[in-house]
Design a protein around this ligand. Structure first.
Ligand SMILES: [Zn+2]
Ligand SMILES: [Zn+2]
Ligand SMILES: [Zn+2]
Length: 261
């Protein structure tokens, strides 16, 4: 039995997080807890397995906040710092010489190996270091009975993997955290997904991220049961932005849980 799948939003903020240090804007000074966004990441769990997508700079704080105990694998979207800099805080899950499975594209894995060479080097096996067991993603793979299909996305010069979560042919969720464009083949593949989780940085145009209206346009083609925006910057206040969105389209927030039964 692999359901329920529970997806917890560890973070929903853009690369700088919200609030932004030194900024006194309405959102950065808001008292609404949903306007407090750590760097984007999700935690997925089924009765037999738990994994995280990305480990941003606040990964440790996010784990403490959500009381995360179990972690069987780590999956990366890409190697931008807001998605990988919490890698070293995977240490509690590598105790007693346990090798933690790490899934990433060849390009992202190479960046992880360069940045955290001390963890990947077989000579530097210091007790207590992160011990990654690299799995190069070259197609769909399975975690906890959930089929994870990588979805190649365009995000400036970076190659990003989005992920489709499927169970017995049911398209449960698609996670497209960082993208400027969603290729037709990806839209086709995720059409009718139950939850579309998609980059929606702000209203103003941005060279590497979808705007709110661009994300809504993608959602219009995907036709999901529900759309959740993530990777949000301080130009979007939670309450005011959500009020103006059509039914079924929402802003995700840190700590939000989606359950698939
Ligand atoms: Zn990002
Ligand atoms: Zn601000
Ligand atoms: Zn990025």
């Amino acid at each position: 039995m692999s359901l329920p799948l529970i997806i917890t939003f560890l973070g929903t903020g853009t690369s700088q997080g919200v609030p932004v240090p030194r900024c006194a804007c309405e959102v950065c000074t808001s008292t609404d807890p949903r306007d407090n966004r750590t760097r984007s990441s999700i935690y997925a769990s089924t009765p037999g397995c738990a994994w995280v997508i990305d480990t941003g700079p606040e990964f440790r704080v996010q784990c403490l906040r959500e009381r995360i105990d179990r972690l069987d694998a780590v999956v990366y979207t890409h190697s931008h710092t807001d998605h990988m800099m919490g890698f070293d805080d995977l240490r509690p899950w590598c105790a007693n010489d346990h090798y933690l499975p790490v899934y990433a594209s060849a390009e992202t894995m190479a960046d992880l190996q360069r940045t955290f060479h001390f963890a990947f080097s077989s000579q530097a096996l210091i007790p207590g270091y992160v011990k990654p067991h690299p799995h190069l993603i070259d197609g769909p793979f399975e975690l906890g009975g959930i089929r994870m299909t990588p979805l190649p996305l365009k995000h400036g010069r970076a190659h990003v993997n989005g992920y489709l979560f499927e169970y017995e042919g049911r398209k449960l969720a698609a996670y497209l955290s960082d993208c400027k464009e969603v290729p037709d083949a990806v839209i086709e593949r995720i059409r009718g997904v139950e939850a579309l989780i998609i980059d929606a940085l702000r209203h103003r145009e941005h060279p590497t991220h979808l705007t709110v209206s661009e994300a809504m346009e993608v959602a219009g083609r995907v036709m999901p049961a529900a759309t959740w925006f993530t990777h949000i910057c301080h130009e979007l206040g939670h309450a005011a932005t959500e009020e103006a969105l059509p039914a079924g389209t929402r802003l995700a927030y840190d700590g939000l849980k989606l359950e698939f039964r």
